[in-house]
Design a protein around this ligand. Structure first.
Ligand code: ATP
Length: 287
């Protein structure tokens, strides 16, 4: 049996870092939403219990360091599955970009193998398993738009934001999330933007969403990589409604509601940055 699952990228509309926990993780509060730039994850049963991963791009290891491999191995071990799977990933999401590409691939494997291996696990159970692989995997299991707390694994689904275009621009650098967190100094007196962002989404208030875009990691990455700052400036100048860096970066996204402006912004960035995408928010969680 063969199955194909879409693995969409995410952006952070807000990201508050609250404190550093004793277990070494950071306590965060963030609003995340998915966009229609997606990897395609194909799963095919194979003889024996072997798990193999193949990817369309050679940038990521395909052994047990691959998050898709880890998702399959976790299910196989936890539920003593006597079946193997071959995983093929058509990679469309830039790697180490702040778009959770690897986490989304892992979530797609969890969801796909739940069907292929007849495991009958609920979304909550899959999200809990996802948290064992990485903090963003639980969100990717739910999909759509959500408030994420804890180290990012406690998910409260939210309604969809008003429809809009999203321009993504990624400079040719990879950013290590761990490195960014290491350099961050946490300001606990800072107002918590994610609660306001959550309210703006519930109120379907596009202007407030634009006004409240905020990411505590942005300053750290912008200082390390001035080219990210230039991309953000260029995006703002070219006519987006609002712009922000996603996750630990380096991808910068811009929101635009007027379709007529999308081409202008896209073209302004194309001459400046090699990876640029014009996509839309996903209004419903993928199943
Ligand atoms: P994070 O914010 O979680 O670090 P990201 O969105 O910035 O993630 P990813 O594309 O998920 O970046 O890649 C982060 C790291 O995960 C890379 O170093 C990559 O080698 C590793 N990785 C493991 N499996 C995958 C996968 N299936 N796709 C992409 N990266 C993967």
């Amino acid at each position: 049996m063969k199955l194909s699952v879409k693995a969409p990228a995410k952006i952070n509309l807000s990201l508050d870092v609250l404190n550093k926990r004793e277990d070494g993780y950071h306590e965060v509060k963030m609003v995340m939403t998915q966009v229609d730039l997606a990897d395609r994850v194909e799963l095919q049963s194979q003889e024996g219990t072997k798990i193999t991963v193949e990817m369309s791009s050679g940038l990521v290891p395909t052994d047990n360091r691959n998050l898709a491999y880890q998702a399959a191995a976790l299910l196989q071990k936890r539920f003593t599955v006597n079946q193997g799977v071959s995983i093929y990933i058509k990679k469309n999401i830039p790697v180490a970009a702040g778009l959770a590409g690897g986490s989304s691939d892992a979530a797609a494997v969890l969801k796909g193998l739940n069907i292929l291996w007849d495991l009958h696990l609920s979304k909550e159970e899959l999200a809990d398993l996802g948290a064992e692989i990485g903090s963003d995997v639980s969100f990717c299991v739910y999909g759509g738009t959500a408030l994420a707390t804890g180290r990012g694994e406690i998910i409260q689904p939210l309604s969809s934001p008003p429809p809009c275009w999203v321009i993504l621009a990624k400079p040719p650098i990879g950013v290590s999330t761990a490195d960014v967190y290491r350099r961050l100094s946490i300001d606990q007196s800072k107002p918590n933007c994610s609660d306001i962002m959550k309210r703006a989404i519930e109120e379907h208030d596009y202007k407030k969403i634009c006004d409240m875009l905020s990411n505590d990691l942005e300053d750290v990455t912008l200082k390390m990589h001035p080219e990210v700052k230039q991309i953000k400036k260029r995006m703002e100048k070219s006519g987006v409604d609002a712009a922000l860096m996603s996750g630990s970066g380096p991808t910068v996204f811009g929101l635009i509601q007027k379709e007529a402006r999308v081409h202008r912004v896209y073209n302004a960035l194309r001459g400046f940055c090699d990876q640029v995408y014009a996509v839309r928010l996903i209004s419903q969680p993928n199943t």
